[in-house]
Design a protein around this ligand. Structure first.
Ligand SMILES: [Zn+2]
Length: 294
């Protein structure tokens, strides 16, 4: 399938409402294949990847990083995703093979994620300490949980919609949007917007009908003059691990732990959580790592 993944920043109502809209179909399919995710795990992870990508493009600098952790104590366990502002994303789901019965004919994302817990947003934007935002989960459906997070942590009345259409053969479509009224939005703007969003078709359907992100924004707002601020942002699912990075991780274990490994094992194998790449270290390589610990 041709890669149509995009994020577009737009303004509607003459600049009184901001819209960030994403098509993440290819990146969520890549994540599904990388981790061999079940359909419900794909839907949950895909929604979480999409909201992380949308938040990542709102960061200012290239070196900024965002980490999202969602843990609702459901069968999926924790979902962890990190991204830079490119945005390049990577992440994992603790229990990727979870399969639950459909709920009202749909994948039971809320049931799989659970709602007895929190979502954490950690932004490293080059300050001394990272910004950490936290909000209790509302339903585990993810879009609703993030809308509640934006309301409580960032004091914005943001509409969030995330959708992933997936079956046993893979991801059919995936995307999301964040609609945020600016301070000068009128009561009427909000009233119209709220009703239009309520009545809009599910986003994953609009995407699978091959509607463009601009068309979707026009549909959502009813504004024919939606203005594009930035387009052609291409989100990617990609891991940046390397043997050197894993080696640094081994050094953190400390001399004693490493010496024990060398004494008891012929070689060690580690797997990157984010992409399942396997790394093998021989006894000799481990000894070299040990020597480099000061
Ligand atoms: Zn990796």
């Amino acid at each position: 399938m041709e890669n149509q993944d995009r994020i577009i920043k737009m303004l509607a109502y003459e600049g009184r409402v901001s819209i960030l809209c994403a098509n993440t179909t290819s990146l969520v399919e890549k994540a599904r294949k990388t981790h061999d995710l079940s359909p419900v795990a794909t839907a949950a992870f895909g929604r979480a990847l999409t909201i992380t990508a949308l938040m990542a493009v709102n960061m200012k600098q290239e070196t900024d990083k965002i980490t999202v952790q969602i843990n609702g104590n459901g069968a999926l366990g924790a979902i962890v995703i990190t991204a830079n502002n490119f945005p390049k994303l990577k992440g994992y789901v603790c229990n990727k093979i979870v399969d639950l019965p459909l709920k009202n004919g749909k994948l039971d994302v809320g049931g799989a994620v659970g709602k007895e817990g929190y979502l954490n947003v950690i932004k490293d934007i080059g300050l001394k300490a990272p910004y950490i935002g936290r909000a209790p989960l509302v339903s585990g459906e993810i879009a609703e949980d993030f809308a509640s997070y934006f309301a409580s942590s960032e004091q914005t009345n943001t509409a969030v919609n995330l959708g992933v259409l997936v079956d046993c053969n893979g991801v059919k479509s995936s995307g999301g949007y964040i609609v945020t009224p600016m301070p000068d939005a009128t009561e009427e703007d909000l009233f119209i917007l709220e009703n239009r969003i309520k009545e809009a078709k599910p986003l994953s359907n609009m995407l699978s009908e091959r509607k463009s992100l601009l068309e979707i924004a026009k549909d959502l707002t009813g504004d024919e003059h939606v203005q594009i601020i930035e387009e052609n942002i291409m989100p990617l699912y990609e891991c940046d691990c390397s043997k050197e990075k894993i080696e640094k991780g081994l050094m953190v274990l400390g001399k004693k732990e490493l010496q024990d490994m060398i004494n008891t094992q012929i070689k060690i194998e580690t797997v990157c959580h984010f992409c399942n790449q396997k790394y093998v270290f021989t006894k000799e390589e481990l000894e070299r790592v040990l020597e480099n610990i000061k």
